[in-house]
Design a protein around this ligand. Structure first.
Ligand SMILES: Cc1cc2nc3c(=O)[nH]c(=O)nc-3n(C[C@H](O)[C@H](O)[C@H](O)COP(=O)(O)OP(=O)(O)OC[C@H]3O[C@@H](n4cnc5c(N)ncnc54)[C@H](O)[C@@H]3O)c2cc1C
Length: 352
């Protein structure tokens, strides 16, 4: 175990918050972590405990008074296949996009639409990351964990992970109990592209027309997805951010009526507010649309701002934004959406 005290977290969060923690612990294997806890060595560390990955879904709201754990478990290895599927085990500290690159390089379908999502593999299992019609739950079969309650290593079957939209048991009833140490993915060597989301199919077709010698492959889809993402989202290594800051609100149809009335009075009676049926009389509205209607797109205040190409992303414009500046902007946006539409936005980014 590598234990360091009074550590900067600047390199451990993509928002670029210049905060610190009382203690930072990194480890290189599941056995090392289990041995540390079994020996009771955690009792001497500052509390509370927090396990992070790359910090790409976090907003540190100030210095963290406790111990931050981080996994340096990095590997990708093939396991015996099953039912025509190729199974791989991936260490929790492996950068997620490296896994997507590995799979594409081996001609395996499954991860390509999730290419370019920042962060590490352990967090991908916690978050149930998703993009372009694919979610982590579609390719995972088991999650290997250290159980801090029983001080033992165990594998949790996919069904017991209770995956939902950007949600899992690791974020709900078992939050803080399990540390993900590796994941088991099931991938297919046979063509199985998911292209019917947004403009993916059109972009893939265009690429194949431009390069007639290319065949449809996981590598091709990965490359198209990376291009789409790069054209829309800020690169955290250039502009600090944590991706989508707010969740897309799911509201009753009655609340949606207020949104429609607002939009029709502004754009005319034919205007259709973007929305998706969420079942049981509920509707999901893109938070980006609501925020844009309130005039926030491209807004800046001091060091903090709203990304000009995607208003769902709050950015550390200068690299010097303090947590208070991001939170002040968050509050202003939330208040205006509530005022105009009567909808309360919930942050997607976890505030620490
Ligand atoms: C530019 C940008 C684009 C993004 N696009 C997408 C997208 O398309 N789709 C999407 O789903 N997300 C997206 N995200 C959000 C983010 O990348 C994902 O949520 C990612 O999975 C977070 O990984 P991380 O390693 O940074 O985790 P962190 O942010 O460090 O942690 C996330 C959560 O996981 C927990 N955790 C981390 N590691 C472990 C572990 N080993 N064991 C147990 N708990 C752990 C943490 O405690 C925390 O609760 C984007 C973010 C950015 C900055």
């Amino acid at each position: 175990m590598d234990i360091r005290y009074n550590c900067s977290l600047l390199q451990h969060n993509t928002f670029g918050m210049d905060v610190s923690c009382a203690c930072f612990v990194s480890y290189g294997s599941a056995e090392e972590l289990a041995g540390f806890f079994s020996a009771g060595r955690q009792f001497s560390l500052p509390k509370p405990f927090l396990h992070i990955g790359r910090g790409s879904n976090l907003l540190f709201t100030g210095d963290f008074p406790g111990t931050v754990f981080h996994s340096d478990i990095r590997f990708v290895r093939e396991l015996p296949g099953k039912d025509g599927k190729v199974r791989i085990e991936v260490g929790a500290g492996t950068a997620w996009d490296d896994v997507c690159g590995w799979c594409a390089g081996h001609g395996l379908w499954g991860t390509e639409n999730l290419s370019g999502i920042p962060g590490e593999t352990g967090a991908a299992a916690v978050q149930n990351i998703g993009a372009y019609g694919v979610e982590f739950k579609d390719i995972v079969s088991g999650v290997c964990c250290f159980d801090a309650v029983t001080c033992s290593l165990k594998t949790i079957r996919k069904d017991d992970c209770h995956y939902g939209y950007r949600d899992s048991v690791f974020k709900q009833s078992a939050k803080g109990r399990y540390v993900v140490t590796s994941v088991i993915l099931e991938l297919s060597p046979d063509a199985g592209p998911v292209l019917d989301y947004g403009h993916v199919r059109a972009a893939v077709d265009k690429r194949m027309q431009e390069m007639p010698e290319t065949t449809l492959s996981p590598g091709l889809v990965r490359s198209v997805i990376l291009d789409i993402r790069n054209s829309k989202l800020p690169d955290p290594s250039e502009t600090g951010n944590a991706g989508s800051f707010f969740k897309n609100p799911v509201v009753p149809r009655s609340s949606f009526g207020r949104v429609e009335n607002y939009a029709r009075s502004k754009y005319g009676p034919e205007y259709v507010v973007p929305h998706y049926d969420a079942g049981s009389g509920f509707v999901k509205i893109p938070a980006a649309w609501l925020i844009e209607q309130c005039g926030w797109k491209g807004y800046s205040a001091g060091n903090a701002g709203v990304y000009a190409k995607q208003p769902l992303v709050l950015v550390n414009l200068t690299g010097k934004a303090r947590p208070e500046e991001i939170i002040a902007l968050e509050k202003k946006i939330t208040a205006s959406v509530l005022d105009i539409f009567g909808i309360t936005l919930i942050p997607e980014v976890e505030h620490i």
